[in-house]
Structures are given as C-alpha cells and as structure tokens.
Design a protein around this ligand. Structure first.
Ligand SMILES: [Zn+2]
Length: 116
C-alpha cells in the first residue's frame, strides 16, 4: 500500500472535493461494489473516509470507467460546458463503458430493487 504523502497545493481543493467524491463514488462510479470495507458494500455506498475509499477503489474500476472519470474531471477543470464534455465522452465510447459497469453492478444485485 502506497503511503507517500502527496502534499500538493491542490490539497485544500481536494478536501473540498471530498463531498463530490462521495457523491460520485456512490452515484456514478458505484465504488462501494468494489470496496474492501464490508460496511460500504452492505450499505451500497461508501461509508468510510470518502477519499480513502476513492483512492483504494478507483484503480479497481474498469479502465473505461477510470478514463470516463478522469476525462470528465479534466473537462470540468478546463471549464468545458457539461453538455460538450458529455458529448465527447459519448463519442469516445466512455459513456458506454460507464453504462456497462452500471449494468454489471446492478445485475449482480437484481434481487433488490432499491433505487435512491
Ligand atoms: Zn468504501
């Protein structure tokens, strides 16, 4: 496990992003499905430290989903309008990858119809 302290000037911005991360993990990336933390998987959302869960689980996501997230973050950083960003992600096939990932996760949980 890499414990190298990444003390970048982005740290405060990163802290602000924690709320977003939790949101994105749960809603779009479905990271709880991969989470080593049983409580997260049971709750179908990340219950622990969102940053820790994010960092640990992100690398386990399908490559296309990682690309989708990385590119979307880049577009947002570049102030690309969301619609334009989404169109580009769709053209690259990354939205399909994301949808496939959702299907996979939800398919495995098909017995429960719990949708928030
Ligand atoms: Zn978690």
């Amino acid at each position: 496990m890499a414990t190298s302290p990444t003390s970048t000037p982005l740290q405060s911005a990163k802290r602000k992003l924690d709320v977003h991360k939790r949101h994105w993990c749960n809603l779009h990336l479905l990271m709880w499905h991969l989470c080593a933390n049983t409580a997260c998987r049971r709750a179908c959302c990340c219950r622990g430290n969102p940053t820790a869960c994010f960092d640990a689980n992100f690398r386990q996501l399908p490559e296309g989903v990682q690309d989708w997230f990385a590119l979307l973050a880049k577009f947002q950083g570049d102030d690309v309008p969301f619609d334009d960003a989404w169109a580009e992600l769709t053209r690259l096939g990354l939205v399909d990858d994301l949808c496939n990932w959702h299907d996979l996760v939800h398919g495995k949980r098909s017995a429960s119809g719990a949708v928030n």
